[in-house]
Design a protein around this ligand. Sequence first.
Ligand code: SAH
Ligand code: SF4
Ligand code: F3S
Length: 486
Amino acid sequence: MLKNKELEEILEKIDLNEAPPAEEPMRQYYFMKKAQMLVKQKSEELGRPLTYHVTTFGCQMNARDSEKLVGILDEVGYTEVEDENADFVIYNTCTVRENANQRVYGRLGYLHSIKKKKPHMMIALCGCMMQEAQVVEKLKKSYSFVNLIFGTHNIYKFSELIVTALESDRMVIDIWKDTDKIVEDLPSERKYAFKSGVNIMFGCNNFCSYCIVPYVRGRERSRNLKDIVREIEKLVEDGVKEVMLLGQNVNSYGKNLEEPVTFAQLLKEIEKIEGLERIRFMTSHPKDLSDELIEVMKDSKKICRHLHLPLQSGSSRILKIMNRHYDKERYLTLVKKIKTAMPDISLTTDIIVGFPGETEEDFLETMDVVKKVRFDSAFTFLYSKRTGTPAAVMENQISEDVMKDRFDRLLEEVQTIGREMSSRDTGSVQEVLVEEVNEHDPSLVTGRMSNNLLVHFPGDASLIGNIVSVHLDECRGFYYMGTKVG
Ligand code: SAH
Ligand code: SF4
Ligand code: F3S
């Protein structure tokens, strides 16, 4: 990560009369400067600044990618606006379930109506959905008003793509199948001053049979430990107190590096960074969660007391067909180990209902695990058929009625347990990182506890970004009302 001043100095020295450099990130700095020039020209023509709006669908990886897009847009001279009536609109898409896709198509119709009144408007689509060939075909055919389409592997090229799109009157498409490249030192703009996501790895090698992510995010690549530590040190200098380490399966971090390191070793290095107060990570695959990691978490002062441990199904038979590499017993044993080491830990999970061939018996196994583990909360999903995955062509796809019925029963159970679990800290005093002034009641602020739950309490904007002690007065479902102490 570069500081803005360092970047300004680099950009100043670039001569646009020369050919663009071949090596990265210098090539992107060149196009950043060129885009600055084009945006300036256009805004002088219009007599006002050019505006942008980025909409992000999907997971934290996408959210982090969007921060990189925003970092570049700011640098190039666009100004952010709240709504989609902007000069440049970018959708960073998700395709993990079909409904994520449908939302994008729906919104595009609306964008088209804006663009008809504003012909110079640029529309860009990027992210996971763009990695699917049939999506790009459909866009080419029926959504020809889109200016720029790129994928997940070449997002670092955004400056270059902006220049190409600004200079072209046709749809620009740049999609890579996969990459082994990680480009460091590009700008990014954080949503919050005091916390930040940090990619530690990209892609996924697990090929769970229902999941499209390995196809759209490519093979697993870990960043070098030193690059990660350096990025976090700079973030801390810049006021960040909490980092969220991001990867589809953080527990397999570092396995393929030239000098292999474990995720637990990475955490130990990050713990040493002075001024950093909290460490979170996402997502942990149960199959790779090591004893070493449990030890490091237990002894850590900074790693938060929260573990998101996707279960997907409680049936060993289904887990096998899902290609998850653990069974019901192993999951339960793992949870026991974690809870013994850290009794105050908050456990959350993801569960899919209606995977092909799931019987009532299989479903009851899932309910059984839910009752035994007692998750603090669970994201529950209806199975969604993803083209190209092994599960999509399996026989015995489950009917919608059956799926929906199981989904409702599961949701009821996880919510009842979640409410009970969430309230267990009532009356105690917890450390809270204050995130924002409460949206509904400006006399309150909202902060996050180590276990990831939110608490609202009287306070003002001056507390934002600070860690304060709060007495938990009352639990209201999945959040607390509290009072600041000391
Ligand atoms: N890498 C993470 C999950 C990323 S996707 C992990 O392995 O835990 C987030 C969640 O979406 C998954 O945990 C799964 O529960 C859900 N999901 C993925 N593919 C799905 C599909 N085809 N249908 C329904 N839910 C799905
Ligand atoms: Fe998908 Fe499985 Fe990879 Fe998670 S681990 S992203 S569920 S393939
Ligand atoms: Fe969606 Fe891509 Fe994340 S498919 S869940 S945005 S990795």
